[in-house]
Design a binder for this molecule. Structure first.
Ligand code: ATR
Length: 284
């Protein structure tokens, strides 16, 4: 019988997860379908239990449900520390279903592909919301030196406090966005983990070309549009390594796919499906 998978969130109609996972199912010849379900926060528990009762293969959880869903699942150690999950796996022998957060591992994988080891690298992380939190925990475990800047300084401070103690002799610092011009001078890698620049606010950016140096690596977690204003500014500044958000989206999906099916999905097929939907060419 066809296995059903899905993503819950609100809003959800623009989610790229169905196109990405269905492309993988098709390529692998699996009799499965992935659908998007609009679920408001007050219905998360019922939705997760209902999906389990109906025999779903697995669920993704997206904005704004990643934190509230924690109450209805058994999160693994890392997602517990992050405070958010994005993947639910059914079939636990008893109690609540197991849940994971695959965002951080996806971001680190993308960065390592582009720059190699992240140990001792100076990372300037913009944001302290769900995406930033997941990324920060993984970066800490890679031994990077982290500076976290956020519009709401208190959230940056809280995140830094949760990350401590850092591993080895690396450091974790935090501050407000006004520190950006000075902090960026020492950065090897700039990560935008805020929603700034996301459709429809495509002209927005927290960093302009005049602040960037050519050796910087610029990674934008935002994938819609694929080439954000931030990445355009990086191009203008002569930054060679500019990383868009599509690969991270695909890798977090691939990790979830592996958790559910124990099969490594075809990354190329998933990426192509996403880029086609976003109207951009497949980037090699
Ligand atoms: P997500 O789960 O996608 O990370 P989130 O938890 O709402 O979403 O976090 C959004 C992030 O983008 C936050 O760091 C937010 O800053 P605040 O903590 O100050 O709200 C940041 N952000 C959103 N809009 C912003 C803007 N216009 N300028 C600066 N930062 C912004």
């Amino acid at each position: 019988m066809k296995k059903v998978y899905g993503v819950i969130g609100d809003p959800i109609e623009h989610s790229l997860s169905p196109v990405m996972h269905n492309a993988a199912f098709e390529a692998l010849g699996l009799d499965a379908i992935y659908l998007a379900f609009r679920v408001p926060p007050q219905n998360v528990g019922n939705a997760i239990r209902g999906a389990e009762s109906l025999g779903f293969g697995g669920l993704n959880v997206t904005v704004p449900l990643k934190e509230v869903a924690m109450h209805f699942v058994r999160p693994d150690e890392l997602s517990k520390r992050i405070g958010a999950i994005n993947t639910v796996n059914f079939g636990a022998t008893e109690g609540k279903p197991n849940a994971f957060n695959t965002d951080g591992i996806a971001a680190v994988r993308v960065l390592k592909e582009n720059v190699g080891s992240l140990a001792k690298k100076n990372v300037l992380l913009l944001g302290a919301g769900g995406a930033a939190k997941a990324i920060a925990f993984y970066l800490r475990d890679e031994g990077t030196s982290l500076v976290i800047l956020n519009r709401t300084v208190e959230r940056a401070r809280e995140l830094a406090a949760r990350l401590r103690p850092p591993l080895g002799d690396t450091e974790i610092e935090w501050g407000g966005l006004e520190e950006l011009p000075t902090r960026i001078e020492d950065a090897d890698i700039l990560i935008n983990a805020t929603s700034v620049g996301m459709y429809p606010n495509v002209e927005e950016t927290l960093v302009t070309a005049d602040l960037m140096h050519g050796n910087l690596v610029v990674f934008d977690v935002v994938y819609n549009p694929v080439e954000t204003r931030l990445l355009k500014e990086a191009k203008k500044a002569g930054v060679r390594r500019r990383i868009d958000g599509v690969k991270m989206l695909v890798y977090q999906g691939a990790e979830a796919f592996k958790i559910w099916t124990k099969i490594s999905p075809p990354i190329d097929v998933m990426e192509k499906a996403v880029r086609e939907r976003l109207g951009s060419k497949m980037k090699k």
